[in-house]
Design a binder for this molecule. Sequence first.
Ligand SMILES: [Zn+2]
Length: 243
Amino acid sequence: MANVLDDSEIRRVLVVMAHPDDVDFGSAGTVATWTDGGLEVVYLMVTDGDAGGFDDGVTRARMAALRRAEQEAAAAVVGVRDVRYLGYPDGRVEATLDLRRDIARVIRQVRPDRVLAPSPDRDYARISPSHPDHRAVGSAALDAVYPDARNPYAFPELLADEGLEAWTVREVWLTGGPNADHHVDVTDVFDRKIEALRAHASQTAHLGDGLPEMISGWLGANAGLAGFPPGRLAEAFQVVPTA
Ligand SMILES: [Zn+2]
């Protein structure tokens, strides 16, 4: 079992993801429990998801605008009003120094106690959450948490030019990786998770009525692994202490 900070010790959470919809597939139920509990949650999307969707004549620039609008609608369903973007090209994300600095900047701006990010580790049992963009963002986000955001001598221009003081994130939650050790019961907010996923119509409309069944299958399996009672639904995380 993971050693997890109680939500009462957390004021703000920064969610760093590669693409619009990543947070909703993996974590929107958990985000709803956080905002319901009074935590402030900010989303940071590294790309606009402009390589996603289907070849139906939509230009890539139009797709980027559409996917930002979809993400903002999905965020509102689970109580998140602050959605930020870095505008990196979808499908070509690498864990560069530039990306680490750009995530560290937002960490210093938002000053979160907890960061939620994709796992940098590949899951050989379930390949789709291990998309290369996800692993790159997870690696850069962890590096941004430690050491970049907390070390005043890392990316000194953040302090010198932008006045952003060093900030220590206390805990990182990783999603989509092979080593889940913490499960959140999201049964009571399942309908909002589905509504958030449906807001990503360019990605989920083709699933139709099959969407809730697919998601409840995944979440039911998570709950079973966690030892929750039959009929419960759970999202799965690996929690990394970083204080
Ligand atoms: Zn993704």
